[in-house]
Every structure is written in C-alpha cells, then in structure tokens.
Design a protein around this ligand. Structure first.
Ligand code: UDP
Ligand code: MG
Length: 315
C-alpha cells in the first residue's frame, strides 16, 4: 500500500515561546517517517495562527519560507481552539489521506503519531490519543479535568475519557466530519458520532513546554457548558421530570390536605392553597419541559447534522 499523505494540524494562539521547538520536533518526525517510507513526501505540518497578538504569525511565515514541509494558515481573528482546529482540518481534508491534530505546547507526545499511523495502517479511521496519566498536571487541573469528563458523560455527551484533541482522522472521517453543519463546535463529542473503526493510543502527557495555558478554569467551564448544550437536551428532560414529580407530590398533598381538612386540624384556606401550589407548580414545569422538548428538537434540526455516514459503497 502507498504510504499516506499525512497532515499535522497545529492550532496556535500566542505561542511564540513554543513554536520554534514544536515545529522542530514535528519536522524531525515528518522527516524520519518519510525516510522510513511510512508517510508520503507530500506530507505537511499545517500551523494555524488563531489570530495571535504576539509574533506567532511572523514565526510561522518564516518557517514556511524555510521549510517545504511547513505551511501556515492565518485566521483573521481569535476564533478559539476548536474553530482554529476545524479551519485547519477543513483546509487539508481533500489533500490529506490522514490528518493528526495536536496542540502547539508539546504536552502531547509527538512520538505517539507513530502509533497513530500503525493503527491507521491496520484500518482505523479514527485514532484517539489518550493520556495514560496526569502526573505532570497540578492536582487542581487534574481534578477539574477529570471532573469534566465525568460531568460530560453524565450529561449525555459521549466523550472518550482522558482524550483531548490529539487524534488522527482518515480522509473518510474528515469528509464525514465536514458534513456537520453546526457553528458551536465540540469536536470531542462530534468525532465519536462518526462511527467507523476507532483505536486508542496511550501516551504520557508532559508539562506545557513554555508559555501559559490558554485554557484557564473559566474557559474550561464554558467549554463544558458548550459541550453539554451542543450535544444533549437532557437538562430539558430533567425539567420535565421534575414537573412530573411535583405534580405527583401535589396529588399526595391533595390527599393529605383533604384528610387534614376532614379531621378539622387546618386553618381555613390552607388546604386549597397547598393543593393548588403543588399541582400548579407541577403543571407549569411539565408545560415548560414540553415546550423545551420542541425547542430542543428545533435546536437539533438547525445543526443540519448528517443523518447517516456511509463507510463503504460496493457496486
Ligand atoms: N489555542 C487556540 N486558540 C485559543 C486558545 C488556544 O488555537 O483561543 C490553542 C493553543 O495555542 C494550543 C491549544 O489550543 O495549541 C491548547 O491550548 P492550551 O495548551 O493553552 O490548553 P491546555 O492544554 O492548558 O488545556
Ligand atoms: Mg496545553
């Protein structure tokens, strides 16, 4: 089999401190893999500048001039990690047999790409890079990050545990992904929806090589909220079920109130207020949940997601 044309897509936002080193390591890897006949010489490293305010683009354009295997894509403003990644992947999807996405900060071991390629050769269309441990992260980051995965699964978004956006996608998977019409991207939730044969490659996560995290807690929380609201209408269901529970409690309260009333142990007006309070509250929540169901449906429709993805068509 002909070795695949591999594109390595790297989103970069204010990464002037790490870029020279990152590009060096990736270049070495690409050169080695090409030499070993594991990837096609047309393989490239695509550096995506996500509207950086520092010298990132200057560094990228110099690297492009100097090295044939490096290309650069500059976004006009800071669109965010997911959008920058998307921009890169969609730019290369027709040229690449396979594309790997990796962060610029060298936290993800570039050597794992060898493992990705082995799995790709064995027929996987999606290969997830999974962190084997998080010893280098601070306890706080570890706790919040692990909570993140648990919370996401609990809320109904199907994400791979300890996998961020370090993965390989075959061209087929990229084309399938490009059919997703949504603007709010949460790639970690979208990729598992593709189907196809998947594999996992484990690696140890290192510390950020230089510079600072662009994902403080505040951004991580909004990212989690984005993930939940982009993938699940579970919260709406909860409103509905709370309504049902309240209404049921209302009925119990009604019986209790009637009994208390008959026993004469109540102040005038108490029974009617108690009963209407619970039942009206329950009915209102049920109605809200019901409206929510329709809003949720409309929301899902507006994403224009593909109804199915074809893996093969033999004829
Ligand atoms: N990034 C980006 N746009 C942004 C924020 C981050 O392209 O608005 C890139 C950043 O340059 C890095 C990757 O996304 O390559 C992950 O960011 P970071 O390492 O800061 O996140 P962390 O690993 O701390 O969660
Ligand atoms: Mg990082």
């Amino acid at each position: 089999m002909k070795p695949p044309v591999l594109y390595i897509v790297v989103p970069c936002y204010n990464e002037q401190e790490v870029l020279p080193e990152t590009s060096k390591r990736l270049r070495h890897l690409v050169r080695e893999l090409t030499g070993q006949g594991k990837i096609d010489p047309a393989s490239r490293i695509t550096l995506v500048d996500d509207g950086s305010k520092d010298n990132t683009w200057k560094i990228i354009s110099e690297l492009c001039d100097r090295h044939e295997c490096i290309e650069g894509l500059k976004l006009a403003h800071n669109a965010g990690h997911q959008n920058a990644l998307w921009a890169g992947l969609m730019t290369v999807k027709d040229k690449a047999d396979a594309a790997v996405s990796i962060d610029a900060d060298l936290q993800d071991d570039v050597e794992a790409i060898r493992g990705f390629l082995e799995e790709y050769d064995k027929g996987a269309d999606v290969v997830y890079g999974v962190r084997s441990k998080r010893e280098t992260d601070t306890a706080f980051k570890r706790l919040t990050a692990e909570g993140f995965y648990k919370f996401m699964n609990f809320m109904g978004a199907d994400v791979v545990y300890n996998h961020a956006d370090y993965r390989l996608l075959s061209q087929r998977a990229l084309q399938a992904l490009s059919q997703f019409g949504e603007v709010n991207l949460f790639l970690r939730g979208m990729v598992p929806m593709l189907g196809f044969k998947t594999a996992k490659v484990y690696y140890e996560r290192a510390e950020r090589f230089a510079g600072e995290s662009k994902y403080p807690l505040k951004k991580m929380l909004s990212f989690a909220l984005e993930g939940v609201t982009s993938f699940s209408i579970k919260p709406i269901r909860w409103v509905f079920f709370t309504g049902v529970i309240f209404a049921l409690l209302g009925i119990v309260m009604a019986i209790y109130a009637v009994i208390s009333h008959l026993a004469g142990a109540t102040v005038a007006g108490w029974s009617s207020i108690m009963v209407s309070l619970w039942i009206i509250g329950g009915v209102q929540l049920i109605a809200l949940g019901l409206i929510g169901e329709y809003v949720g449906k409309t929301y899902i429709e507006t994403k224009h997601r593909p109804r199915f993805i074809v893996e093969e068509y033999k004829h």
